[in-house]
Design a protein. Structure first.
Length: 402
């Protein structure tokens, strides 16, 4: 949805220029005419138009969506109607994609839909958990409280993701920096020595010749490698639309050493936290289970939970059914069993999620602490190789000139 720049005239003869987000120029014109302005011209406002999103970039950031819900809870608790709250929040929202979404939500609510029904077509931008929480809040008559519990859930998930990303930043920066230095050395510095030595009819030292040969081979192969990568990405993206291929890829992810345990514990944590939130919001166990299962990021693991809802419907216990999935640990199932027996399932599910979040963070910290020395050794060897490839030709210059 683009921005439009409108030149307006007021009844007292003043001229205004306002930028407005609308689906079309006609909708923009109707909006201002409805407010009593005389619309002189309408055209696209390229200055405020959003930059195109990257292929894998998330259009609505988690922090923006959390901020929207925090403002919504505050306004609802202050007694504002939903439509007025959405209107006020939309007018202050800076994220263009979120503003566009809120405009659609506001229009749907004005037409008579409930807030959960208005968000239902935009599951990708919000999430099944959020829509289920809204539905539970509407049914219980405590929408602000339910959104508040969702905010606690969303903040924990966001913080966990942020910690994992920040832990991997340092090793990534070191590797990229080392590769950039290597590229500069091989492509710009060593070729000068090659030309200098050839003028004297001499050969470069062996390590320098190896690096130059490697750089030459990489430059020659780069176009073919890029084409192969693009074709592979397109083929993979097409194949991933097939469920069988997608499940095979997801299963392969679980075979990666060390990260297998992190992925399994992440699945347990997200399932437990999501189910606990929905139960606490007032949704019964059977309707909450499919939503909680979909919160698991690995589709292969999601498939292994398909029998859980049917087991519960047939009178089985949640802990026993989860134990048969093959990836829920005895610790998790024992804690869930305690929650079932003590009639505090939602509280125990939250405890399970907290335990496994801590374990995940510990594993990530351990991985980073182990990978840092490896990267430092790698960079040390790389620097030594670069120094030798540069200084050996310099040390041999005297012999060459003689």
């Amino acid at each position: 949805m683009p921005y439009f720049l409108c030149r307006l005239a007021t009844e007292d003869g003043r001229f205004l220029a306002q930028s407005f987000l609308a689906s079309s120029a006609e909708d923009c014109r109707k909006h201002f005419e409805g407010k009593g302005y005389c619309v002189l011209s309408v055209h696209k406002d390229w200055k405020h138009s959003p930059a195109p999103s990257l292929l894998f970039e998330k259009r609505i950031k988690d922090k923006d969506f959390i901020m929207f819900n925090q403002e919504l809870v505050a306004l609802l608790r202050a007694g504002y109607p939903i439509v007025k709250s959405l209107e006020l929040i939309t007018s202050r929202t800076k994220n263009v994609h979120l503003k566009e979404l809120l405009n659609k939500i506001e229009a749907a609510v004005r037409s008579g839909k409930a807030l959960s029904e208005a968000f239902a077509p935009y599951e990708r931008e919000s999430s099944k958990v959020y829509i289920a929480a809204l539905m539970a809040g509407e049914q219980s008559g405590n929408l602000p409280g339910t959104i508040g519990r969702y905010l606690d859930y969303a903040k924990v998930i966001t913080q966990t993701k942020s910690r994992i990303k920040s832990a991997l930043v340092y090793p990534t920066v070191l590797i990229v920096f080392a590769l950039v230095l290597m590229g500069i050395l091989v492509n710009f510095i060593l070729p000068r020595f090659s030309g200098f030595y050839s003028d004297f009819g001499a050969q470069l030292p062996g390590i320098t010749r190896v690096l130059i040969s490697l750089a030459t081979a990489l430059r020659a192969a780069t176009p073919f490698v890029l084409v192969a990568l693009v074709i592979s990405a397109l083929v993979l993206a097409r194949l991933k639309k097939r469920e069988k291929v997608l499940l095979t890829l997801e299963k392969l992810k679980l075979k990666i050493p060390y990260f297998r345990r992190i992925r399994l514990e992440t699945a347990i944590s997200l399932f437990s936290r999501t189910l606990g939130l929905l139960l606490e919001a007032g949704i019964t166990l059977l309707p909450a289970l499919p939503v909680a299962c979909q919160a698991i990021p690995n589709k292969f693991l999601v498939k292994r939970t398909r029998h859980v809802q049917e087991d519960i419907r047939n009178g089985g216990s949640l802990s026993d059914s989860l134990g048969r999935t093959g990836f829920f640990t005895p610790l998790a199932t024992d804690m869930i069993r305690i929650g079932e027996n003590s009639a505090n399932l939602h509280g125990m599910l939250r405890e399970v999620a907290d335990v496994y979040d801590q374990r995940i963070q510990a594993k990530v910290d351990t991985f980073v602490s182990l990978i840092e020395p490896v990267i430092i050794i790698f960079m040390g060897l790389l620097v030594a190789m670069m120094l030798l490839s540069v200084y050996l030709p310099i040390f041999n210059i005297i012999q060459v000139t003689r």
